[in-house]
Design a binder for this molecule. Structure first.
Ligand SMILES: [Zn+2]
Length: 320
């Protein structure tokens, strides 16, 4: 078992402390090594050490508004710096971290024969180079899905040199607010960031998700969203669980509406959904829904119709 986390802040603020707080909260998932890949000033960089998240914070705190992080409990390979996550693709196009255990012996031999350079002995590093190899012939998302198809006991996060985050696997939960997007292995891991607050938690399971460079949260395939009070009580408030099956897209917060001081979290969520729908509609990339029972026009699913109706009420021009 290991822990994974990701923090993408919309403004140029430092994501490291938040990432360290998540990793420390999920320290029961491993403390033999801690590592971060981060994006700042146009450069993708990795820092890692054979220490706990708590000690890492004191020794390796960097700056960057996009970070993915990992705390390790070894399953394949000893507790060494060579086996600490994240790992770079040989061509530097992305950094990868992984939670899971896979049989990758033959795949490793194949990657070595193709010239990929390995630092340590982990299955995670094999997965990293396999995705890199496939990505030479297809989109990165398709390369991830291709490797994941054979590695079903995997949760992984990738940070690209363009500043995009990709993730897949059941041990990843996502929360977003007006400041950014946050990923952790468990809902309770968000405790230091959102203690006592009721938040919408996204879970993609076996679907790929992506956080684009401009801050959109996108799901390729099915996901769930569930209202949760972030507390030690892990199963509180499961009443609002909702299945999704479409892309969520189109959010910019740069210059967009900010949270009002007296605004409840649920109001913020509703506002985020509305802003998202509005932006996506303007760009003509409204959700590609696979669960729609009733079409609205030819492109907009029934699930999103209520947002569109809200927009129509506000809009003086005809927008569809
Ligand atoms: Zn490689």
């Amino acid at each position: 078992m290991c822990g994974i986390c990701g923090v993408k802040l919309y403004r140029n603020e430092n994501a490291f402390e938040k990432a360290c707080a998540i990793l420390h909260e999920q320290r029961h998932r491993g403390t033999t090594s801690t590592g971060m890949a981060y994006f700042n000033d146009g450069h993708l960089t990795i820092t890692k050490d054979t220490i706990s998240p708590e000690n890492f914070k004191g020794k390796h705190l960097k700056t960057g508004n996009i970070v993915i992080g990992h705390n390790r409990m070894p399953s394949v390979g000893a507790s060494t710096i060579q086996n600490a996550h994240p790992f770079f693709a040989c061509d530097g196009s992305f950094a990868l971290l992984h939670n899971g255990s896979e049989h990758t012996g033959i795949l490793r031999d194949l990657m070595v024969s193709l010239g990929h350079k390995f630092e340590g002995e982990t299955d995670s590093e094999v997965i990293c180079h396999a995705i890199e190899e496939f990505a030479k012939k297809m989109d990165l998302k398709d390369a991830i899905l291709k490797v994941f198809d054979d590695c079903r006991f995997t949760t992984l996060l990738i940070l690209t040199k363009e500043g995009e985050i990709y993730g897949i696997g059941e041990n990843s939960y996502i929360i977003r607010d007006e400041n950014g997007i946050y990923i952790a292995s468990e809902i309770a891991s968000f405790l230091p960031l959102f203690k006592g607050k009721r938040k919408q938690v996204y879970h993609s399971d076996d679907s790929l998700f992506k956080i684009s460079k401009d801050g959109k949260l996108l799901f390729l395939g099915k996901f769930t969203k569930e209202k949760k009070t972030i507390s030690e009580e892990k199963d509180e408030y499961e009443d609002d669980k909702e299945d999704g099956g479409f892309y969520l897209g189109g959010r910019h917060f740069f210059g967009k509406k900010k949270k009002e001081p007296d605004m409840e979290d649920e109001d913020v969520e509703a506002e985020l959904d509305r802003v998202e729908a509005e932006h996506a509609l303007k760009k003509g990339e409204f959700c590609v829904c696979v669960n729609s029972e009733t079409d609205y026009g030819s492109t907009i699913c029934n699930k999103c119709k209520r947002f569109v109706e809200d927009l129509m009420d506000e809009c003086e021009e005809e927008i569809i």
